[in-house]
Write a protein that binds this ligand. Structure first.
Ligand SMILES: [Zn+2]
Length: 141
C-alpha cells in the first residue's frame, strides 16, 4: 500500500512548488518511477487521484503523468552500463520478475555483458522522483 504514501508525498511536493513559485494552478506533474521500485502504476495513478485534496483549487485540474524509468546497471569492474535485458544470464521472464521484486537478488541472476562480472551496482531505476511541476500564474491586471 505504499502507493498511497508516495502519492501523498507527490501531492505535497506539488503544493509546495505552487507555494514557492506563486502558482495559482498546477497544470501538470511529471513523476518518474524506477523500474525496480515496487510500484503498481495503475494503483499509483488511482492513489494520486484519491489523495488530491478536494478543497485545493490549485490542484483541481492537475494532470499527473507517471513514467517508468528503466533500470540501469553499472559494472564495478569495467564500468560498462547495461539494462536488465542486456545483462548476462537474464534467461527467463521469471528471473526478471524475481529481480523486480527483490532488486538485491540481481547479483544472483545477472552478470555484466562486458566482462562477465556479477559485481555491479544499480545506477538508476530505483526510487521515485518528480521530474517537473508546471503551473500557471494568474496575471493581475
Ligand atoms: Zn564488466
Amino acid at each position: 500500500m505504499h502507493e498511497y504514501a508516495l502519492a501523498e508525498a507527490v501531492v505535497r511536493a506539488a503544493l509546495r512548488a505552487a507555494e514557492t513559485e506563486g502558482l495559482d494552478t498546477v497544470t501538470s506533474v511529471d513523476v518518474r518511477v524506477g523500474e525496480l521500485q515496487q510500484i503498481k502504476q495503475d494503483l499509483f495513478a488511482f492513489a494520486l487521484d484519491q489523495v488530491r485534496p478536494a478543497d485545493e483549487p490549485r490542484l483541481a485540474a492537475t494532470r499527473f503523468d507517471v513514467l517508468v524509468e528503466p533500470a540501469e546497471l553499472r559494472c564495478r569492474i569495467c564500468t560498462h552500463t547495461f539494462s536488465m535485458t542486456e545483462a548476462q544470464g537474464a534467461s527467463s521472464a521469471d528471473d526478471l520478475e524475481a529481480v523486480h521484486f527483490v532488486p538485491e537478488l540481481a547479483h544472483a541472476f545477472f552478470a555484466c555483458p562486458g566482462c562477465g562480472s556479477p559485481d555491479f551496482e544499480v545506477s538508476s531505476g530505483r526510487g521515485v522522483t518528480i521530474a517537473s511541476i508546471e503551473g500557471e500564474q494568474r496575471v493581475d491586471a
